[in-house]
Design a protein around this ligand. Structure first.
Ligand code: NIG
Ligand code: FE
Length: 397
């Protein structure tokens, strides 16, 4: 297949813009990309799709979601509007724990069926790769149930799913005040079982006063690394717990949220090459005041990704392009950083080196947009500008 008359954003160095470009696909890989004038004759014989000047980007990557869950938390949304805080609702047994109750009551098939419409919304916003976490089961059985449902998404939809173990997300009521026992009795056994069943690609945790401390999480991250799994961490979302530096000491792929990140945390991430995953949907939903230190991350050379954090509590957001808009408007990312954040940098946050840019040999996961300039993707609010998505070399019908 040959795409012609494209405005190409290769994302190989900044936007990596090429006007009047062609992209040749060979099966599920990119064979060639460049100006139409330079197209090797051999590719001229391929079936042609004329992009008519439209913008072509890599398929978008959502590197942080909680797309598997049951129930919704619209009532908490109302409570917060009446003045309750996210942490107060969590401490009163609502928050994550209310989603835990609904998720425990659902079967694996039901969890999959509930997730697919959310996945379809992400796909409609341009996603071709989506990370999905566990973390609403909080028993060995229910964490594995979530992960099995997450793994099945990729058999139902044209999208790559990477799954993350997040048993250390919240403390269930029967472990109240016993975080270390929970890690020993639930998080570690579910991690070992999930790895033995081939259900996970990474390990995550929620490091926060309302969740787990760095010292609680030490045995979990040690075990993850011993099993050969990369780690990542929900860090410094509501308070500074030193989570980002702890994650960086374990060569974390990413530290996510980061509103309360310290200069020490930034330095540790820069040294370890840990990606900063910016989640403006949670900041917006919780009406937080403190922004992540974007300028300091930028000047320290920490790569920044942007994700939806799609979840029923702090970020009921199912559009990557809206996440990009929020990253620009709320946090002052440039539209170029925002698009890098959902392509090349998001690929790094998932250790996927075969996607996120347009170059020969990489996967043929592409988006064709009803747009002329890449900044349009961040500039429009809630628009569905996707013209066509190509996944593994095949256009969506
Ligand atoms: O990324 N911060 C912790 N975990 C999720 C929220 C999950 C929830 O509230 O259900 C997050 O924001
Ligand atoms: Fe999250």
């Amino acid at each position: 297949m040959l795409l012609t008359h494209a405005t190409l954003a290769t994302m190989t160095s900044g936007y990596g813009l090429i006007a009047n470009a062609a992209v040749a696909l060979d099966g599920d890989r990119i064979a060639w990309a460049g100006p139409m004038a330079d197209l090797p004759a051999a590719f001229g014989a391929l079936g042609t799709h004329d992009c008519q000047g439209r913008l072509v980007t890599p398929g978008l990557i959502d590197c942080h979601t909680h797309a598997i869950h049951a129930g919704h938390r619209a009532v908490e949304f109302e409570l917060r509007l009446q003045g309750a805080s996210y942490a107060e609702i969590a401490q009163a047994g609502g928050g994550i724990l209310s989603t835990v109750a609904a998720t425990r009551a659902a079967s694996e098939d039901q969890l999959l069926a509930l997730a697919l419409p959310r996945i379809d919304q992400l796909i409609a916003s341009g996603a071709t790769t989506i990370e999905v976490k566990s973390g609403y089961g909080l028993t060995v059985k229910d964490e594995l149930k979530m992960l099995r449902a997450a793994r099945r998404i990729g058999t139902q939809r044209p999208v790559t799913v990477k799954t993350t173990h997040l048993a250390a997300h919240a403390l269930p009521p029967d472990y109240k005040g016993r975080a270390k026992a929970y890690i020993d009795e639930i998080a570690l056994p579910s991690l070992r079982a999930a790895q033995a069943e081939g259900l996970i690609d990474a390990v995550d945790a929620f490091c926060e006063t309302i969740a787990f401390s760095v010292s609680d999480l030490q045995p979990l991250f040690t075990e993850a690394r011993a099993l050969g799994l990369p780690v990542k961490l929900h860090a410094e979302q509501l308070t500074d717990q030193g989570g980002a530096a702890f994650a960086a000491r374990h060569a974390a792929l990413s530290a996510d949220h980061l509103e309360f990140l310290s200069p020490e945390g930034i330095a540790a991430m820069a040294k370890a090459g840990t990606v900063a995953v910016i989640l403006p949907g949670a900041f917006y939903t919780l009406r937080e005041r403190q922004m992540p230190p974007i300028a300091a991350l930028r000047s320290a050379g920490v790569p920044m990704a942007v994700a939806t954090d799609l979840n029923p509590g702090s970020s009921p957001l199912a559009s990557l392009t809206l996440a990009m808009n929020m990253a620009c408007t709320l946090f002052r990312l440039t539209p170029e950083e925002a698009l890098l954040g959902t392509t090349a940098r998001a690929a790094c946050a998932l250790a996927l080196h075969d996607r996120g840019r347009i170059a020969p040999g990489l996967r043929a996961d592409l988006c064709i947009w009803n747009a002329e300039h890449p900044a349009e993707l961040s500039y429009r609010i809630g628009a569905t500008s996707l013209h066509k998505r190509i996944y593994e070399g095949r256009p969506d019908v």
